[in-house]
Structures are given as structure tokens and as C-alpha cells.
Ligand binder design. Structure first.
Ligand code: NAP
Length: 291
């Protein structure tokens, strides 16, 4: 039995689909308010709970052999990125789980002080590494599925909002490729007890993204390039009445201000470990947007 947290998210949903296609037993950890109908339809066992509640985590871990931690932080990195994962690891140890897959983030080890999600991920990585469990830690770059709604907007308007330096490099990864890597991590020997950066096959500049949209939709892009200090101004203003949101914006700013890409060697290593060719951003978008 696989326990998948974040089962309704961009990665988790695809992980559950893939596991069910392979006829694996899946317990999908979802909230009552989550959109989990599709998972149920595919034969996943639905566990309703909240990852902020230790007792829910304890219950969800009963009788599972594999845990895939793929939930997001919902603006609360301390409770969800940190505490919930520590509790999942403790429960995995208590229940003799065979393999734990943790979705971290590219750059988790760079020591970004102002980014609670990155700090929490690094602390969890360390905890997992010394837990005695078999593990795989995956550090993805940006997910291609995040761009689908932006691509849809571009299709209608031709507009693309680019915040920060257009030359910053990124290697957007196909969310389907990532899901496959997540699932295969529990069986592929070379992925055991490893930390693996996960990016797509191309190193793109952020300004390449509207160019790819333009190519797909055959439409001239109108790129609005907003400087990073617009985010800083918003953060400053938020500090007066919503300090929590101000902290979350720290992670957002870190993502915008820095480069997140994998080297060609890292991608070649991934392709060799998991024995398949990673798809490009354009290929992913064309499949989903039917163009
Ligand atoms: N997106 C990226 O570009 C990217 C890049 C690198 C790493 N990552 C990491 O990959 C992981 C998954 O990202 P994603 O983009 O697939 O996530 P996502 O689409 O934002 O989904 C987040 C998931 O977490 C669940 N969740 C949030 N709070 C919860 C709670 N209190 N109890 C139970 N479930 C809760 C959500 O459930 P609901 O459906 O109920 O909201 C949803 O299923 C995250 O850890 C993220 O940091 C993401």
C-alpha cells in the first residue's frame, strides 16, 4: 500500500494515476474540501484528514509500505512543509515503511534565509537522511503543469507577465515525467538513498517561455516585464496587516530572483537512472492544450 500526501495536487494527482494504472494499492490523503472524485474513480482508497493534525497522519500511516510526500504548504511552511513531514517520517519508522519519497525543491541546499519553504525542505531532507529509512529525495525545478493556466490566458490575450530578470535560467520539468520518477524511485536501485535534482531537458531563459507559447499558438507575445521591486513593495505593504503572507512572499520572491536549472549532466544522469527520455516544455504543453 502506498500513502500519497498532496494527492489532489499537480504532482500527487499524477502519482496516484500512475500507481493505479500499475494496479498498486493507494491511500490518497485528502482534505474534505479537496477535489478527490477522480482519485476515487480510479480506485484509490480515500483517507480524509488534515496534515496539520498528528493523529490524522498517524492513522493514515497504518499498514502502508511506501510513503510519497507530495503535499504543498498552503502558506504555512512550518506546519505543513516541516512538521507534517517530520511526523510522516516518524510514523514511517514506527510502521517499518520500506521506502519514503520526499518532494523537496531545487535549491533547498542554498541557504536562502528569507524563504521558509526552502528552509523547511532542507531541514526535512536532513531528518530523512539520518532516519534509517530507505529514501529518495527529489528536488524539482518548476513544474510544467504550473504553466498551463498561463498558456490558456496567453491563448486568449497574447499577454505574458514576466516578473524579474528575463535572462534568469530555469529547467521546467514535465509534471508527468516527475510523477514517473517519483513512482519508480521506490523500485529503482540507483535511486535509493539519493538526493536527485529533477529538471527538464532544456535550460531555458524565462523569456523563452512566452516564445514557446507564441510558437504553439502562432501568436505574437505581448510581454509585460515587471521589476522585482514591485514584489518588494507589495511585501512591505503586507507586513503591516498580514505578516504570514509577507513571509510566504519571501519564498515567492526567492523563486523569482534566482536561477533554478539542472545541468545537462544532471538530466543525463536522471535519464540513465530511470531509463527514459525527459520531455520538453513544448511537448508537455502541446499534449495538454491539444495543439
Ligand atoms: N509547483 C512547483 O513548481 C514545485 C516545484 C518544486 C517543488 N515543488 C514541491 O512539490 C510539492 C507538490 O507541489 P504541487 O505543485 O504538486 O502542489 P499543489 O498542486 O499546490 O498541491 C498541494 C497539495 O497539498 C494538499 N494540502 C495542502 N494543505 C494540506 C493540508 N493541511 N492537509 C492535507 N493536504 C493538504 C493540497 O490539498 P487540497 O487539494 O485540499 O488543496 C494539494 O493536494 C510541494 O511540496 C512543492 O513544494 C513544487
Amino acid at each position: 500500500m502506498f500513502l500519497v500526501t498532496g494527492a489532489t495536487g499537480g504532482i500527487g494527482r499524477r502519482v496516484v494515476r500512475l500507481l493505479r494504472e500499475r494496479d498498486e494499492q493507494v491511500r490518497a490523503f485528502v482534505r474534505l474540501t479537496s477535489r478527490y472524485g477522480e482519485l476515487e474513480h480510479r480506485g484509490a482508497n480515500i483517507f480524509i484528514g488534515d496534515l496539520r493534525q498528528e493523529k490524522d497522519i498517524e492513522k493514515a500511516c497504518q499498514g502502508v509500505q511506501y510513503i510519497i510526500s507530495a503535499h504543498g504548504s498552503d502558506g504555512d511552511a512550518l506546519s505543513l512543509d516541516y512538521r507534517a513531514n517530520i511526523e510522516l517520517i516518524d510514523q514511517a519508522k514506527a510502521h517499518g515503511v520500506q521506502h519514503f519519497v520526499f518532494i523537496s525543491v531545487l535549491g533547498a541546499d542554498r541557504g536562502y534565509e528569507d524563504a521558509p519553504v526552502f528552509k523547511a525542505k532542507r531541514a526535512v531532507e536532513r531528518y530523512l537522511e539520518t532516519s534509517g529509512l530507505n529514501y529518495t529525495i527529489l528536488r524539482p525545478a518548476g513544474l510544467a503543469s504550473n504553466l498551463l493556466s498561463l498558456a490558456e490566458r496567453f491563448r486568449e490575450t497574447g499577454v505574458y507577465l514576466l516578473i524579474g530578470d528575463p535572462k534568469n535560467r530555469t529547467s521546467i520539468v514535465s509534471t508527468d515525467d516527475l510523477a514517473r520518477i517519483v513512482v519508480d524511485s521506490v523500485t529503482v536501485e540507483a535511486a535509493r538513498n539519493r538526493i536527485l535534482p529533477v529538471g527538464g531537458p532544456e535550460i531555458l531563459s524565462r523569456e523563452d517561455i512566452p516564445k514557446i507559447f507564441s510558437h504553439i499558438f502562432n501568436k505574437e507575445p505581448i510581454v509585460i516585464n515587471s521589476p522585482l521591486f514591485a514584489v518588494d513593495a507589495l511585501r512591505g505593504a503586507l507586513g503591516f496587516f498580514n505578516p504570514q503572507a509577507q513571509k510566504s512572499l519571501g519564498t515567492f520572491r526567492t523563486l523569482l530572483a534566482n536561477e533554478f536549472f539542472c545541468t545537462h549532466e544532471e538530466v543525463a544522469q536522471l535519464e540513465s537512472i530511470f531509463n527514459f527520455e525527459m520531455e520538453t516544455l513544448e511537448s508537455f504543453l502541446r499534449r495538454y492544450l491539444a495543439v
